[in-house]
Design a protein around this ligand. Sequence first.
Ligand code: ADP
Ligand code: MG
Length: 256
Amino acid sequence: MAKIFCVANQKGGVGKTTTTVNLAAGLAKIGQRVLLVDLDPQGNATMGSGVDKRALAHTVYDVLLGECSVADAAVSAEAAGYQVLGANRELAGAEVELVELKQREKRLKAALALVDPHYDFVLIDCPPSLSLLTLNGLCAAHGVVVPMQCEYFALEGLTDLVNTIKQVHANLNPDLQIIGLLRVMFDPRITLQAQVSAQLKEHFGDKVFDSVIPRNVRLAEAPSYGLPGVVFDANARGSRAFVEFAREMVQRVQRM
Ligand code: ADP
Ligand code: MG
């Protein structure tokens, strides 16, 4: 059975997409069968996997509206090593169209159930909002991976997300849990980051992943080559950290 994870944080620019594509590539590298679902109309995870969002015959939009299946819409990101259910600007309209539909929060869940046996992991890149799209991600998932930068407002920013996850857990998806907080773009030389990191450990204990993703320019450069950092430069510090993180995820899943 596939384990399904949302990568979510309602803030933009915190590293959600970088985490999704590199975790997907890291898991693929260690032999896992992975489907990446792009739920952000910006389509950055699609492009960052080497899939041209403008050339897609079908996207996650068609899947959410019930116009095609995941199997029909998913494409192979050859170089990255996993499959992609892509997104483009069209998806921005889904928010409005979904409101009218039955089971509007559970459409992705229903669609993914049909491809479950084909994957070990499904990773969902969420948009920077707590919208109906994100809600579809949260309803489909077993767990949420929360990437965060160790900055001053990091803990406050988490409150809304944690409350949303609690509500979804109580009302829509009893399976849902925060699988872990991932420290990203980390620079241990910055005292504040080390302090916030320690605070996170204090508050959230073993919900904080052991793996830490350093700030690393190779990870930022990779998308312009249409590749996850893990594939673009396997030896970069950031890439190695993501492969470590993939191993940690596999271990956590075994304990779920
Ligand atoms: P989000 O999806 O949350 O909006 P992104 O993953 O797109 O965030 O990251 C925002 C920016 O930060 C991007 O330009 C990305 O390349 C850069 N970035 C993300 N993680 C790292 C990292 N570990 N080191 C350096 N740059 C990073
Ligand atoms: Mg993003």
